[in-house]
Ligand binder design. Structure first.
Ligand code: DC
Length: 226
């Protein structure tokens, strides 16, 4: 049986992971959060005192790292770094910028590419990231570019951080979002961009239910209602 591949790309805070996870549950597909694997590499560098802006040092650290993605029965994705569960730790705000910095290096992208493609060979997937439709799965059956204004994304991120018990001021969150957008879209290696054959979904003025309905409708249209 051939598997269906759904690629969802877009900037941070557009709702990719929440929407993709929920849609994957409804379709019975595996949800793959590829940002988590870049975060795991960023986390390693952070914990080992390696400057994420130093490409040579980051590249030299890669052979020391084993990144594994494991799934719980309910489909929840967990990240293992050299055997240790770092699923919660990689979500800290300081790790976001480390992940963005290390993800610009071709060595890091090459290091993580095959594990992403392997998952899509073995399962029907909804995979979210920045370069899934353009680089990781260029032949994906469905490609969606999910976005929202930086202000709407900052508001959602603030709410999420508050619910996690790690609140941050709105201005700081907005500034970080803009910085990450710029980094992710302007790097030479696999920059974030909408694939030519991707459909655009802008969730600035949509709530979760509306966004999910729009996403599922796009998927059904492209897969002929599978
Ligand atoms: O989706 P996220 O915010 O958890 O991703 C963290 C960082 O990882 C993001 O700033 C850019 C990078 N990333 C990437 O370069 N390519 C991907 N496919 C996913 C994430």
């Amino acid at each position: 049986m051939s598997h269906i591949r759904i690629a969802i790309d877009g900037p941070s805070g557009a709702g990719k992971s929440t929407l993709a996870r929920s849609a994957a549950g409804k379709l019975g597909y595996l949800y793959v959060d590829t940002g988590a694997i870049y975060r795991t590499v960023g986390y390693y560098m952070h914990m080992n005192g390696i400057d994420p802006e130093n490409e040579a040092a980051v590249t030299a650290g890669l052979p020391e790292i084993s990144v594994e993605l494991v799934y719980e029965e309910d489909g929840l994705q967990r990240m293992l770094l050299n055997g240790e569960d770092v699923t919660g730790a990689i979500r800290l705000p300081e790790i976001s910028l480390c992940a963005s910095a290390v993800s610009a290096y071709p060595s890091v992208r090459a290091f993580l590419l095959e594990m992403q493609r392997k998952l899509a060979r073995e399962h029907s997937v909804i995979m979210d990231g920045r370069d899934i439709g353009t680089v990781v799965l260029p032949d994906a059956e469905v490609k969606i570019f999910l976005t929202a204004s930086p202000e709407a994304r900052a508001e959602r991120r603030c709410l999420e951080l508050e619910q996690r018990g790690t609140p941050q001021p709105y201005e700081k969150v907005l500034e970080e979002i803009k910085k990450r957008d710029w980094n992710d879209a302007n790097r030479a290696a696999a920059p974030m961009r909408q694939a030519e054959d991707a459909v655009l979904l802008d969730t600035t003025n949509l709530n979760f239910q509306e966004s999910e309905a729009a996403l599922l409708a796009m998927i059904r249209r492209r897969t002929g209602g599978i």
